[in-house]
Design a protein around this ligand. Structure first.
Ligand SMILES: Cc1cc2nc3c(=O)[nH]c(=O)nc-3n(C[C@H](O)[C@H](O)[C@H](O)COP(=O)(O)O)c2cc1C
Length: 168
């Protein structure tokens, strides 16, 4: 199997992109080649043997770039191992327990027979776009709750699964 993995992300304020980069860094520690791209910029999946899709959660749904990515590439994704991750809660809950995918992501996972999903803590800090984002920040409910150790741990599991697939 071609061991090039795409890590595509849908992000409004950049924090999910950094998590996608962290996933790719862990995969690259093995013999896997990993490429990180904004979900909206991907035209086809021909070059990739497996795909990770990360979406920031906004009002109970994935960022639209991640949703559109899954819709647009449904056919190709159905023929590849796929993992999803979501980012996330602006509190420590994601580091304390497993948070299941939101309904839309769960449906997409079922349709694609996705191999796994994780919800990681999110991040909302000064400068974030949007009226609601500014309101959350004004109310002191923002912060950086990303848990890169958890992201790396998850990515290491994924690398192991990919390695097992490659070596039969
Ligand atoms: C308007 C708004 C709505 C949000 N809705 C949710 C939500 O439904 N569930 C959740 O877990 N996090 C929610 N968040 C938190 C974001 O998912 C979090 O800030 C995320 O890390 C943003 O990723 P990004 O920087 O890549 O855009 C929301 C944040 C904002 C500003």
């Amino acid at each position: 199997m071609e061991q090039k993995v795409l890590v595509a992300y849908g992000s409004a304020n950049g924090s999910t992109e950094e998590m996608a980069e962290a996933v790719a860094r862990v995969l690259r520690r093995t013999e896997i080649t990993a490429e990180v791209l904004p979900a909206r910029s991907v035209t086809d999946l021909d070059r990739y043997g497996a795909v990770v899709v990360g979406g920031a959660l906004y009002a109970g749904r994935w960022h639209k770039d991640a949703r559109r990515f899954v819709r647009r590439h449904r056919g190709a994704l159905a023929h590849r191992p796929v993992w999803f991750f979501s980012s996330g809660p602006l509190d420590p809950t994601a580091s304390q327990r497993d948070i299941p995918p939101v309904p839309g992501v769960k449906r997409a996972m079922a349709g694609l027979d996705a191999r796994g999903h994780a919800t990681f803590g999110g991040c909302l800090t000064e400068g974030a776009q949007g009226r609601v984002a500014r309101m959350i920040l004004r109310n002191g409910k923002g912060g950086d709750f990303r848990d890169f150790a958890a992201v790396e741990h998850w990515a290491a599991g994924l690398a192991k699964e990919l390695g097992a697939m490659a070596h039969g």
